[in-house]
Design a protein around this ligand. Structure first.
Ligand SMILES: Nc1ncnc2c1ncn2[C@@H]1O[C@H](COP(=O)(O)OP(=O)(O)OP(=O)(O)O)[C@@H](O)[C@H]1O
Length: 898
């Protein structure tokens, strides 16, 4: 490669001097600089000093040096040749090189390696300067490091010989291919040496037919061993150095190689010069220097000269360079042939010695570049994509970095501070997972009795219920490193990347045992293989990734203390193979917290903020207000309350702030900008009053907390909120009927008070229909249909029941809704006056709480549940916040009854 690079620089020199000579007179003889001889001797001295045993190469090196020195000598302002700089500083480079060779300052060369000669080093240096201009800083550093390394560690002898052999020759495809092979071999060997494998096979000469083994710079065996040991050690600290080094080196070599090719292609001036026919005739043809002529496409003729003859006649001409050609233009081929014949006749050249004329198609540099354009673009695109893909992972790892795991490692001493005490309200899950902690802390206790250690656990549950938190706490408690990665991070557009990342992750984990791997959202890759196909056929990449996880989990031996925890919201879609014993042995289900759980979670998060409220009462009330909230919702509410308090410059966070926060989390922001017309406002007030009256007078309805006609969130013009009696797990028919009747209260009230009805009840109807359908098709609450369950699967094209059954379902749903409607209408007709009272008060105050309702209507004629009376029975508190709804004006429907 260095030969190529050297050519580049000499080409540059040639072009420079040819430019100069074009300005002055062309092809003039040169007086060599008096410095020449000393420079040659210095070059020789350096070649000997750095390569003591390479007698075979010595002459070559000397010849090259003299050639270059000769060329350099033509330049008027001469820079000292490499190796001669110190000559003028009083320090002999000879002495310096002798010191170098004695090995006092530089490490010994690896077996099969040899130093580059200073010429080559200089040539590479020059090329690097050009390269560096277009590259980002990070890459420049990488390249410089690689270059320093090449200078220090040398190049394989085979490569060096190849460079010497090809010095000055044109670059053919075969040469380029061999060069690429040698350079990539060098990069690989270098990486191997870094991994400490170099001692196994460091012989670069293995493929060298000439067998120049035992060449220059072979270190003593002991020295080499020491070196590889040292590298081994450093390698332990940096487990990925192989990839980095390999790529740094090959990136550098590749860029240098490609730049050279481009340079050659786009800089035709460096390898050719156009002349006129007359110049051709007088300078070359008449002097018998022309070897052959080639008529190329585009009306040009390439002149091939007898190099030796040209050199002796015009030693300073660029034409002595084998890559250099003169071109001249012709009008037409016939005219050119005629003219050439005439000229040769005039010169008296016999027919048998006439100059041969070829006809060929030749691409000029730009045309060649254009031909290569698509390929270059493609290569560029791959580089760009690979860089982008790895940019998140940090580091210029190119294509090879894609397969690296993206897992974040948390150090157990510094990063994982979470303990079980921070995880509230999931005692069963904690007890299950405690076992993993015991295993990681005292594995002997289990192994002694021959017990197999569990490999992993799947934590499943709705979003925000604390799965990640629990996994972190497990790591925190057991004091081991924690690797966290999301399932989606394995998925990439390139096939095989996912599997490779899994391998990398597990390899990393094995190096850090004991440790915990946590794969969040494992359903992204762990979907059942049969089902995941969908419409477009199978997903090979995901399957490969999943298979790799299965293999890795199987691959643990029982003493390897790597525990794999996985989190998912969809345990139902996971592949059965994942769940079998020996892989994710445990299945820990984490549900939304109960009332008691919420209290504990509030307690955990309230400790972090400043509040003077009675914590016992506060947590009780807040947990009663937040049925269905996950741990994450609770954490968010507490934080939101602190933000509201800070906004109002309060000294501590008060109950009011918490309630506002909960209201905001549930109902969305108040939409103060939405101003309703008086008619609309009246309709909304009567609609909401209808709901409120139902909630007040139906025995099984949830107790009313609040009714409001302030628009909130998206599309809710008003709402009536109820608090369910604790966490609802079961609902009976009475409760369902009351709930449906209450939901229809808005529309019935509109019917009773206005001439026409509005579209505002659409969402109410949706809820009522869904509830009634579930009663009929899932919960066995229709006598006509009986205890049947029909799965409603939207993807199914055919209903799982007969047409007659469909009609029965329809009629039963209708019957139930009609009954609820009648129940509602009966009540509201009876309480028409009360609706009017509540609606008018609502119009005046916009929001009524439970105390207002008691004031207007008297106490509710039924006993409220205990929790409710404990926290909301008295009148001392401010308005309680709403029950979670989907931004509607009616109560939420219950979860499916069990
Ligand atoms: N049981 C809990 N105790 C205390 N805090 C909790 C609890 N559950 C959740 N949280 C809070 O909610 C936040 C989010 O929880 P986490 O990320 O563990 O949820 P997750 O179940 O992993 O969610 P997802 O399924 O969306 O990944 C936690 O950082 C914590 O503040």
């Amino acid at each position: 490669m260095s030969s190529i690079l050297r050519q580049t620089s000499s080409l540059a020199r040639i072009s420079r001097s040819s430019l100069q000579s074009a300005v002055r007179t062309s092809l003039r003889p040169t007086n060599h600089s008096p410095l020449l001889s000393s420079r040659i001797s210095i070059q020789q001295a350096r070649a000997y000093a750095t390569e003591p045993k390479q007698n075979k190469k010595k002459n070559g090196a000397t010849k090259d040096s003299s050639e270059v020195a000769g060329k350099k000598g033509t330049e008027p302002s001469i820079k000292p040749a490499p190796g001669t700089e110190n000559l003028y500083n009083g320090e002999s480079s000879l002495t310096k090189n002798a010191e170098e060779s004695s090995g006092s300052s530089e490490p010994p060369l690896a077996e099969g390696m040899t130093k580059m000669n200073p010429e080559d080093e200089e040539a590479i240096g020059e090329l690097l300067e050009t390269l560096k201009k277009g590259l980002p800083k990070g890459q420049v550093e990488v390249i410089e490091r690689a270059f320093e390394r090449i200078k220090l560690e040398g190049v394989p002898i085979e490569l060096r010989e190849f460079m010497d052999e090809n010095r000055g020759k044109p670059l053919t495809l075969a040469t380029a291919a061999k060069l690429t092979r040698l350079t990539s071999q060098m990069a690989r060997k270098q990486a191997e040496r870094d991994m400490g494998l170099g001692s196994k096979n460091t012989d670069f000469q293995s493929s060298d037919p000439k067998g120049a083994s035992g060449g220059a710079g072979s270190p003593p065996p002991g020295g080499n061993k020491k070196r590889s040991d040292g590298n081994n050690q450093s390698n332990k600290q940096q487990p990925f150095s192989i990839g980095d080094v390999k790529l740094d080196m090959s990136t550098f070599l590749l860029s240098a190689f490609v730049s050279y090719l481009l340079y050659r292609m786009v800089m035709p001036g460096e390898s050719r010069r156009d002349i006129t026919y007359q110049e051709f005739q007088s300078t070359f043809l008449s002097k018998g220097l022309v070897e052959k002529l080639t008529v190329t496409n585009g009306g040009k003729v390439r002149v091939d000269l007898h190099r030796e003859a040209t050199q002796s006649m015009y030693p300073d001409s660029p034409a002595v360079n084998p890559n250099f050609h003169y071109y001249f233009s012709i009008g037409s081929v016939e005219a050119f042939e005629r003219r050439l014949d005439e000229a040769q006749n005039e010169l008296g050249i016999p027919t048998s010695e006439r100059i041969p004329v070829n006809y060929a198609t030749e691409n000029d540099g730009w045309a060649l570049l254009l031909n290569f354009g698509p390929t270059l673009l493609f290569v560029g695109a791959i580089f760009y994509l690979s860089r982008r893909a790895t940019s998140g992972g940090g580091g210029a790892n190119g294509v090879f970095g894609m397969g690296k795991s993206r897992a974040k490692q948390f150090n157990h001493e510094t990063d994982v501070k979470v303990k079980f005490a921070d995880v509230a309200g999931m005692d069963e899950a904690k007890a299950e997972i405690m076992e993993f902690v015991a295993f990681l802390k005292t594995p002997e206790q289990f192994q002694r009795l021959g017990a197999k250690i569990p490999r992993g656990a799947i934590l499943s549950g709705p979003p925000g219920t604390g799965k990640t938190l629990l996994a972190k706490a497990t790591a925190g408690e057991s004091q081991v490193p924690f690797f966290s990665v999301s399932g989606s991070e394995f998925v990439e557009m390139f096939v095989g990347v996912g599997a490779s990342r899994v391998r990398d992750l597990f390899a990393m984990a094995r190096k850090n045992t004991p440790c915990i791997i946590f794969i969040d959202e494992i359903d992204a890759i762990g979907k059942s293989r049969g089902k995941s196909g969908g419409w477009g056929g199978g997903n090979d990449e995901r399957e490969a990734t999943l298979n790799q996880i299965l293999t890795e989990m199987d691959g643990f031996n029982t003493t390897e203390q790597v525990v794999v925890l996985a989190g998912t919201n969809r345990p139902d879609v996971l592949d059965k193979a994942l769940m079998r014993p020996g892989r994710f042995d445990r299945h820990i289900s984490i549900d939304r917290p109960t009332m008691e759980g919420r209290k504990q979670i509030f307690m955990v998060h309230l400790k972090k903020i400043v509040t003077n409220e009675d914590l016992e009462y506060l947590t009780g009330r807040l947990s009663a207000l937040t049925p269905g909230f996950s741990g994450a919702d609770i954490a968010n509410c507490v934080n939101e309350a602190a933000l509201i308090a800070a906004r109002t410059s309060a000294k501590s966070v008060e109950m009011l702030h918490f309630e506002q926060a909960i209201e905001r989390v549930i109902g969305g922001l108040e939409r103060k900008s939405l101003v309703l017309s008086p008619e609309d406002k009246k309709t909304v007030a009567y609609h909401e009053a209808g709901h409120a009256i139902c909630g007040w007078y139906f025995k099984y309805a949830d107790p009313l907390l609040k009714v409001s006609i302030i628009p909130r969130g998206q599309g809710a013009l008003g709402y009536a909120q109820y608090l369910p009696a604790g966490d609802t797990y079961l609902m009976n028919v009475n409760q369902l009927m009351d709930r449906m009747a209450m939901t229809l209260g808005g529309r019935v009230s509109e019917e009773l008070h206005f001439e026409t009805v509005t579209s505002g009840a659409s969402d109410d109807f949706n809820k009522v229909t869904r509830l009634a359908t579930a009663m009929v098709t899932k919960w066995g609450m229709s006598k006509k249909l009986g205890p049947l369950h029909f799965q409603d699967d939207e993807n199914k094209l055919h209903k799982p029941f007969a047409e007659a059954t469909a009609q029965t379902i329809d009629s039963e749903v209708r019957r139930i809704v009609d009954e609820a409607y009648t129940q509602c209408k009966d009540l509201l007709t009876e309480k028409k006056k009360e609706i009017g009272i509540v609606a008018e008060e609502l119009l005046a105050k916009e929001m009524l709480d439970r105390n207002d309702m008691v004031r207007l209507l008297g106490h509710r004629p039924f006993d409220d549940n205990k929790e409710f009376t404990k926290y909301f029975g008295g009148s001392q508190m401010s308005a309680p916040p709403p029950f979670p709804t989907e931004n509607t004006d009616s109560p939420a429907e219950p979860g499916p009854a069990v």
